[in-house]
Write a protein that binds this ligand. Structure first.
Ligand SMILES: [Zn+2]
Length: 325
């Protein structure tokens, strides 16, 4: 228990505790490290400091950028394309979902106002954006050479399932609805055919979501913040649950059309509630997934960095080589 600081007996106890991490206190950022919050160049600052521009502690930036498992990730073959693919997959799907929501909102407004117009011709945007989303899934098939074969197979099947999905979306939103008019105010026979199409589309989306899950999880795991749960993350499992809720509503609706004896205000309320709540959860969930892709973009574009890559130790005796930037 011998303390080396005998020349300063008054502060003996306090100093001995504070002297231990002195080696770490001299660690400075070695460059190419931008503030997580405002992108200010933090080169040369101490790891214990704060960003001079926005005041965010340097430690927060290190926590966000430095990955203790950096070396365990297989480098991506085409990091920029992978990041863009992830953005395109989630962004285009989110736009397609928003177009569906806007069309149904448009139906409601039109029927409320009793005007003789509709926006159903915009339904063609839905298969177009779904197709773009499908193109984005190519990024999931073989992003690096260490990817599991099962993940590659799942992603490939999911990408292929986009073909029937786009066809059905085009058939429903760009043809059927344009011919039959607003879907929830049409004749019964047409409604049944539409519900059948909706159920098929729902099943395809459910399969695609579950098949893409391993690849999407692999990308999310590259972010230390997402992996450790420090950023809340939308999961494809939650999205799949939302699709199931909406599907249950469609199936109940279909049964009530099949057996009119079942039709009642109660059942109609139930299937409508399932469809509306499920659809809202789908939109919110995929919005979150798009937001996650935006946050993942820089992580995927540039490989995760280890602590050793972003800091260097400087002797406390004040070496003259210290650069000031
Ligand atoms: Zn800053």
């Amino acid at each position: 228990m011998d303390d080396p600081q005998h020349d300063n007996p008054s502060a003996d106890n306090n100093l001995s505790a504070e002297n231990i991490p002195s080696a770490d206190l001299a660690a400075v950022l070695s460059g190419d490290l931008l503030c997580w919050s405002c992108k200010y160049d933090l080169t040369g600052l101490s790891v214990t400091g704060a960003c001079p521009e926005c005041g965010v502690p340097v430690r927060a930036t290190l926590l966000a950028i430095v990955d203790p498992n950096a070396s365990s990730f297989e480098p991506l073959k085409w990091p920029v394309l992978s990041a863009l693919g992830l953005l395109m997959w989630s962004g285009a799907a989110f736009i397609a979902i928003l177009v569906v929501a806007a069309l149904r909102a448009g139906d409601a407004v039109v029927s409320l106002l009793g005007v003789n117009t509709n926006f159903l011709q915009f339904g063609v945007l839905i298969p177009i954006f779904a197709g773009l989303s499908g193109l984005g899934t190519i990024a999931f098939i073989r992003p690096h050479k260490a990817i599991r074969t099962s993940t590659t197979i799942c992603s490939t099947v999911a990408a292929l399932l986009y073909a029937p999905l786009v066809y059905l979306l085009w058939n429903l939103h760009a043809r059927f609805d344009v011919v039959h008019g607003s879907p929830y105010f049409g004749d019964l026979l047409a409604v049944r055919e539409r519900v059948e199409k909706r159920i098929l589309i729902g099943l395809l989306i459910l399969c695609i979501a579950l098949l893409l899950r391993p690849a999407v999880r692999g990308f999310a795991a590259r972010s230390v913040l997402m992996r450790t749960g420090q950023l809340t993350r939308q999961t494809l499992l939650a999205f799949a649950a939302a699709v199931v809720i909406s599907l249950l509503g469609d199936i109940l609706h279909y049964l009530s059309l099949q057996w009119p004896a079942l039709e009642s205000v109660a059942l109609t309320t139930i299937w409508m509630a399932f469809v509306v709540i499920g659809s809202a959860m789908i939109a919110v969930g995929f919005g979150g997934m798009f937001w996650d892709s935006i946050r993942l973009y820089p992580v995927i574009r540039r490989k995760p960095r280890s602590l050793g890559e972003v800091i260097r130790k400087e002797s406390i005796s004040g070496s003259p080589e210290t650069q000031s930037q």
